[in-house]
Design a protein. Structure first.
Lengths: 271, 144
């Protein structure tokens, strides 16, 4: 991901100045942090965590049955690039679940799905080396390499999309992955509910980022049936997250999970 | 013909400068990865995504990032410019500073953080150079 396109939000705006050259003088350093008077630039790019970042915490809090979380979904045949991008993110996230489950055959199946989706997106050249590494590493049960390659695969695809000015599709990859990852997290949390586990769903900044990304998409993508559903679903998820001031209830976790699952059904639909 | 030649030379120069800039930005990431090496030996998983860019010397930068309680995180800030003073702090959702363990080297610095809660954190950092007006930087992170 190239991040030259830093969104220059100059905190000095609040103070009536937006001159980059007017670097603050005499400040005591970053300890004096006030977001409304931040004397610097806000880097607008958001790095979305990969599902394994959350999964690793769930592993520390118990021993989830990751095999039970795997979904043997059949990839729909489509030439719809928005849907293909969502499916790509979904598949990579499913790959992280398979790594957690240490299920090498599923990892291989998903590696092949990654190749097919990349071909349909016209991105096979950049993805093939990573997908091949996933298949090779699966044979050796080299889980850390597989995890790294899934992360690299997703980054390569998103970088390539961004280079081709398909920023909307790049966001769809992230969205598909986040929805699948969050569906897994809610499923695991529901099976052994406790506040520490449920707190992992406190991710309003990410949801707001996705909502903002959808709003900036070109009309053709923004008005796509699945994207419209996702936008509505994210509002439901955000409401649950913002209501969880004293922690998430089991009902809230169920609602977030149900919303994500419903959206995944739409992403995976044959239509 | 003369103007065509001039334009070609100009385009070549611009492209050469652009490729030089890319190489140097990549170099900043290389230094961030150098900082990550001892952490990888400790079991940290390095994320492939990272932030990078060019900033005016002394200009503070803020990144908003999701952290999960239960993970230990490390942030690695690298620069391709020499003689740069690096600083990084982490703040929680209420803008309170979070305990960190920071170490610095010539071209990079590392910060460890154990987020006390799951949520949004703000990473604030700056790079000060006495020689350069602007500094190239890259910030990567890992978790375990």
């Amino acid at each position: 991901m190239k991040h030259f396109a830093i969104s220059s939000v100059i905190a000095g705006l609040a103070l009536g100045t937006c001159n980059l050259d007017a670097a603050p003088q005499g400040t005591k350093g970053v300890e004096e942090f006030d977001p409304l008077a931040f004397p610097g630039k806000v880097v607008g790019d958001v790095v979305v965590p990969v599902p394994s970042e959350v999964f690793s915490v769930l592993d520390k809090l118990g021993e989830p049955n990751w095999r039970a979380e795997l979904r043997k979904a059949e990839m729909p045949t489509t030439s719809d690039r928005t849907k293909l991008s969502l499916l790509f993110g979904y598949t990579v996230a499913e790959g992280f679940v398979a790594v957690q489950a240490e299920d090498k055959e599923t990892v291989k199946d998903l590696g092949r799905d990654v190749i097919n989706l990349a071909k349909s997106l016209g991105l096979s050249k950049s993805v093939l080396p990573h997908a091949q590494s996933i298949l090779d590493a699966a044979d050796k049960s080299d889980w850390s390499t597989i995890r790294k390659e899934f992360d690299q695969t997703q980054k390569t695809v998103r970088d390539t999309m961004e280079q081709m000015k398909d920023l909307d599709l790049s966001h769809c990859v992230s969205l598909g992955g986040w929805l699948r990852g969050t569906a897994s997290v809610t499923s695991v949390v529901k099976k052994g509910f406790n506040p520490d586990r449920a707190e992992l769903l406190n991710q309003p900044m990410l949801v707001e980022h996705f909502v903002a990304s959808i709003e900036k998409m070109p009309a053709g993508t923004r008005d796509h049936d699945v994207v419209r559903s996702i936008r509505k679903g994210l509002a439901v998820v955000l409401e649950q997250m913002e209501s969880a001031v004293d922690g998430f209830t089991k009902d809230a976790v169920t609602e977030i999970g149900k919303t994500c699952d419903g959206l995944l059904v739409e992403i995976l639909a044959k239509k | 013909m003369k103007s065509f030649f001039g334009r070609t030379v100009l385009i070549t120069l611009v492209l050469a400068l652009a490729s030089l800039l890319h190489a140097t930005v990549d170099e900043s990431h290389d230094f961030a990865m150098e900082a990550a090496m001892p952490f990888v030996e400790e079991g940290f998983i390095v994320r492939e995504d990272y932030w990078n860019g060019e900033v005016k010397s002394g200009q503070k930068l803020l990144i908003t990032h999701q952290l999960f309680k239960g993970n230990e995180y490390a942030f690695w800030l690298g620069t391709a410019n020499s003689g740069v003073e690096l600083d990084m702090k982490v703040f929680d959702e209420k803008n309170q500073p979070v305990d960190i363990k920071a170490t610095s080297d010539k071209y990079f610095m590392s910060v460890r953080v154990n987020p006390p809660k799951t949520g949004t954190y703000r990473i604030v950092f700056e790079l000060k150079s006495k020689q350069e007006r602007s500094v190239l930087w890259a910030l990567a992170y890992g978790y375990r």
